[in-house]
Design a protein around this ligand. Structure first.
Ligand code: AHR
Length: 496
């Protein structure tokens, strides 16, 4: 099977916001405790952060990380997590029926982000919390001093303000499972008031209102419309979440990119609609701040223990190929998606698992690292001429999924291709109409005979990148991508 991809630097979707390579860390299971924070570990630094975790996550080049939830945030009192550690309360944790020791809180998170060289993105509690408490957290984090909460931060050893710019106005407030869940109209009021109060404290922050927690919600898009109509002037982003599952077999699952494109088209339509209604010049963007594959591990009850093993999903090759399609879809919609967060980053539905003696890199780590490394500059809209394959109830779907980027400064081009076929090689021929492809700088391939193969502690490199099957000939890039598989290539280019 052969697919052809045509690029032209004029088919430019817009600049890539690096924040689409964000992550998400929640107080859930072993994500924080035993994940990023483990003072008892031989790997711990002076703050109790695992150095090996920081090193492995750093290779993902995540520019921002969302925290502290997730469902957790909707019953969380942020003041429990500041000040002398021995005075912090142990609390029953509502969302995951666990014990929260509060040994890691906002200050530790910001400190950890600095070590990882990433930007903190904080969510406030708009479930059980008040808008006053949300604004006080902004004061604590961002004001220099001379007021009660800012001085509390200074007294806690953080003289300089944290300068947190990104703020989520609650989490999945459309979901009946959420602490403090309310109808859209009530949430919209809360979000508007919170955003105004928070921006009143620090006018430089940007806010993300809760959109739908999934396309399967009965209020999908209606919730978002109501929130946007009410909060349009006070918020900067609306959020979307999706977790993908293989429920109809691999052929269907590997066409998940079609669904992701569909969701993004839905949101583009909605944002244009509300903008039209408002006669507004403002651009609202999408924060896809929870996305991943998640369907195998459903243990959500922590049985009132500290750091229980919850949602420790094991990822295989097909899961990695779906993750690649999320990022490729975000790139093709670079003018809409300005923030996206892989949910999550350690132990809980995560690209890495920790044990006291080491780290296991899971399959989904690799496409993230490959795309995050090579996607720079602007996103190009590829024209793809692809054979189709039968994807179950999704019908006939293109076998080739592709995305491309161009760094106008350097001429570097990033090309990303998924062969969705369960078996069989895809030959790909790529041309760029207005640029000469000069060299292949690097190329990695993630593939294997069995879509279910996964890395284990005993065999940690079963799903790992190998050299791409790529060559340049007659000014064209020729790729061979065994199915199922993902290929990322970095090219040099020059004007014709
Ligand atoms: O990431 C796990 C959970 O999924 C989050 O807490 C919640 O926001 C979502 O439903």
């Amino acid at each position: 099977m052969t697919a052809k991809i045509y690029l032209d630097s004029h088919w430019n979707v817009g600049p890539i916001d690096r924040r689409i390579f964000g992550g998400f860390l929640e107080h859930l299971g072993r994500a924080v405790y035993e994940g990023v924070y483990d003072p008892a570990s031989p790997q711990a630094d002076r703050h109790g952060f695992r150095r090996d975790v920081i090193e492995v996550l750093a290779r993902l080049r995540m520019p921002c990380i969302r925290y502290p939830g997730g469902n957790f945030v909707s019953a969380y009192d942020w003041t429990d997590g500041i000040g002398p550690k021995e005075q912090r309360p142990r609390r029953p944790e509502f969302a995951w029926r666990s014990i929260e020791t509060n040994q890691f809180g906002a200050d530790e998170f910001v400190q950890w982000c600095r070590e990882l060289k990433t930007e903190p993105m904080l969510a406030v509690n708009l479930g059980t919390g008040t808008i006053a408490a949300a604004a006080e957290l902004v004061e604590y984090a961002n004001l220099p001093g001379g007021t009660y909460w800012a001085d509390r931060r200074r007294a806690n050893g953080h003289v300089e303000p944290h300068r947190i710019k990104l703020w989520c106005l609650g989490n999945e407030m459309d979901g009946p499972w959420q602490a403090g869940h309310v109808p859209a109209a009530v949430y919209a009021q809360r979000a508007l008031q919170a955003a105004r109060l928070m921006k009143g404290i620090d006018r430089d922050i940007v806010t993300v209102a809760c959109g739908s927690s999934g396309r399967g919600m009965p209020t999908y898009l209606q919730w978002d419309r109501e929130v946007l109509e009410f909060c349009w002037d006070a918020v900067d982003f609306i959020s979307a979440h999706r977790y993908s599952g293989n429920r109809e077999g691999t052929a269907h699952f590997l066409a998940e990119g079609v669904e992701i494109d569909r969701i993004l088209a839905d949101y583009q339509g909605l944002l244009d609609f509300v903008r039209g209604l408002k006669h507004s010049q403002k651009r609202m963007y999408l924060s896809f701040d929870e996305w991943n594959v998640w369907y195998k591990s459903q243990e959500m009850d922590g049985r009132w223990t500290v750091a229980p093993h919850l949602l420790e999903e094991i990822y295989n090759l097909e899961d990695a190929l779906v993750c690649a399609q999320y990022l490729m879809s975000f790139l093709r919609h670079a003018d809409l998606v300005k923030i996206a967060c892989l949910a999550q980053i350690t132990n809980v539905i995560a690209p890495i698992l920790t044990r006291p003696d080491g780290i296991l890199i899971q399959s989904i780590y690799h496409p993230f690292a490959m795309i995050s490394r090579l996607a720079h500059g602007v996103a190009l809209q590829p024209a793809i001429d692809s054979p189709v394959y039968k994807a179950g109830s999704r019908g006939e779907v293109p076998q080739c999924d592709a995305a491309a980027t161009l760094d106008p400064e350097t001429g570097d081009i990033g090309v990303f291709v998924v062969n969705r076929a369960v078996e069989g090689e895809l030959s790909v021929e790529l041309v760029c109409a207005d640029r000469r492809l000069t060299e292949i700088k690097e190329g990695r391939l993630l593939s294997g005979p069995d879509p279910k193969q996964a890395n284990t502690w005993e065999n940690p490199d079963v799903v790992a990148p190998t050299r791409a099957l790529a060559r340049l000939q007659d000014g064209k890039l020729h790729l061979r991508v065994p199915g199922p598989g993902f290929c990322a290539v970095g090219l040099g280019s020059a004007t014709r």
